[in-house]
Design a protein around this ligand. Structure first.
Ligand SMILES: Nc1nc2c(ncn2[C@@H]2O[C@H](COP(=O)(O)OP(=O)(O)O)[C@@H](O)[C@H]2O)c(=O)[nH]1
Ligand SMILES: Nc1ncnc2c1ncn2[C@@H]1O[C@H](COP(=O)(O)OP(=O)(O)O)[C@@H](O)[C@H]1O
Length: 400
């Protein structure tokens, strides 16, 4: 069994070349990989979230990296374990059940892409929250304005309220009559949304019909955490971005029977001005072209007769009329007692908790299986399995 290369908060202070030390009082940990030491700052009583700094031995410099993603709230201490040389698993001490497992990504594809976006020489790391179990693949629905995406999605959500959840996008366009902030969209100022995009809070975004639209990572994760399958109503540019992201999804394009019918539906809806309708119809030509011929979409559905199209949608989603109970929420947590140490063997993190006494320690051994990790920054990291080791027998039983 190989000990994980983690310096736990109980370990002696570690002196660094330029005099910086790990602050034992504020419960810092350090992980070494290559020439870099990643220090995860603990709680100094002032900061509200866990900070990160890097000591680069090759330059003998401390660096404050660009930290992307939602940062974990500060805690009384934590344990850090390096996984696959590209991410650090953080187990927070005394945190609430749904807040104790986090990943700091150091060298994943997402982090490498972000480094390139920041000019190549900037240090970038990204936080991703760890969630037990898997979420069902999100569903991306695209198609020109007025084709009936919203109508189809509403029907699906009404028939299967516990199975599907809608990803509430951000937009800079003005609300329509009857549209509610936080329900249909998060209606946002352009400058605010641009800042949040820069901070890495969006899975995708695009300029559509002259306004900015985007799917925040949280919008998708909130639905997945409820144990529901997430539906995204986004344009073709957004669908392409999701395709290129680590998120695995099913991509569906809705097309109208004709441009004349599309125009009729848009006018009949009565929500746009004449100028807006013209713009949407012009854009529809390009969207149809891209939607049908790009190979981006897994399914292309004609929305001629609404009921027929809806049945077809249900078929491609595997809804044959026999829908069982809603899936269990995947974010069920566990109570992590006082953490003492962790070691890693074949993607199993063995966590010894509580007392140092051998007999009791063995009763407080938890195994975290990280062999099936999925997702990751900019979203949550899923596929974590957790077991308690049953006393000395080494028999594993899942922690419920
Ligand atoms: N890329 C992207 N497109 C979005 C998002 N939310 C909505 N859209 C797309 O923006 C377009 C305009 O949406 P909206 O203003 O609600 O008009 P409607 O489609 O005519 O009802 C549609 O093609 C939506 O699919 C988003 O978060 N990202
Ligand atoms: N198959 C259909 N046949 C006739 N009208 C439809 C059909 N599907 C949707 N509509 C109507 O077309 C209009 C636009 O639909 P909507 O769902 O708002 O489109 P989108 O969300 O794609 O912009 C709405 O008034 C809706 O009731």
């Amino acid at each position: 069994m190989g000990e994980a290369p983690a310096f736990c908060y109980e370990n002696p202070l570690k002196e660094f070349a330029n005099g910086n030390t790990l602050k034992s009082k504020s419960a810092e940990t350090a992980i070494v990989t290559g020439s870099k030491k990643y220090v995860i700052e603990g709680s100094d009583g002032k900061s509200t979230s866990l900070g990160v700094r890097i000591y680069d031995e090759s330059t003998a410099q401390w660096v404050h990296p660009v930290v992307l993603g939602t940062k974990p709230r500060a805690c009384k201490g934590h344990l850090a374990v390096l996984l696959n040389e590209d991410r650090i698993l953080i187990i927070k001490k005394g945190a609430s059940p749904d807040d104790c497992l986090w990943f700091l990504e150091l060298d994943t594809q997402y982090v490498r892409d972000q480094k390139t976006m920041h000019g190549g020489n900037t240090e970038v790391v990204a936080w991703s929250k760890g969630v037990r179990g898997d979420a069902e693949m999100p569903i991306v629905i695209s198609g020109p304005s007025g084709v009936g995406k919203g109508t189809l999605i509403n029907k699906l959500m009404k028939e299967y309220p516990s199975m599907f959840g809608f990803s509430v996008s951000h937009t800079t366009r003005a609300p329509r009559v009857k549209e509610e902030d936080g329900v249909h969209y998060h209606f946002t100022e352009k400058s605010v949304m641009e800042k949040e995009i820069k901070d890495g809070k969006f899975l995708e975004y695009a300029s559509v019909h002259g306004n900015l639209y985007g799917t925040s990572i949280e919008a998708v994760e909130v639905v997945a955490d409820e144990g529901k399958r997430c539906i995204l109503d986004i344009d073709v540019q957004g669908a392409r971005s999701v395709r290129q992201s680590p998120v695995e999804a099913i991509f569906i394009f809705i097309r109208p029977p004709s441009m004349e019918e599309l125009e009729r539906r848009l006018r009949a809806r009565g929500t746009e001005t004449e100028a807006q309708i013209s713009k949407r119809l012009r854009n529809a030509e390009a969207e149809l072209e891209q939607g049908i011929s790009s190979g981006l979409f897994d399914h292309i559905l004609y929305n001629d007769e609404l009921e027929d199209c809806y049945q077809r949608l249900k078929e491609v989603l595997g809804l044959d009329g026999n829908v069982g109970a809603a899936p269990n929420p995947v974010s069920r947590g566990f109570d992590l007692p006082v953490v003492h140490s962790a070691s890693e063997l074949d993607n199993q993190i063995i966590i010894d908790c509580g007392t140092q006494e051998l007999e009791k320690a063995s009763k407080n051994r938890i195994v975290l299986d990280v062999s099936r990790l999925r997702g990751g920054a900019p979203g949550h990291t899923r596929g974590l399995d957790l077991y308690a080791v049953n006393s000395f027998s080494d028999e594993l039983k899942e922690v419920r």
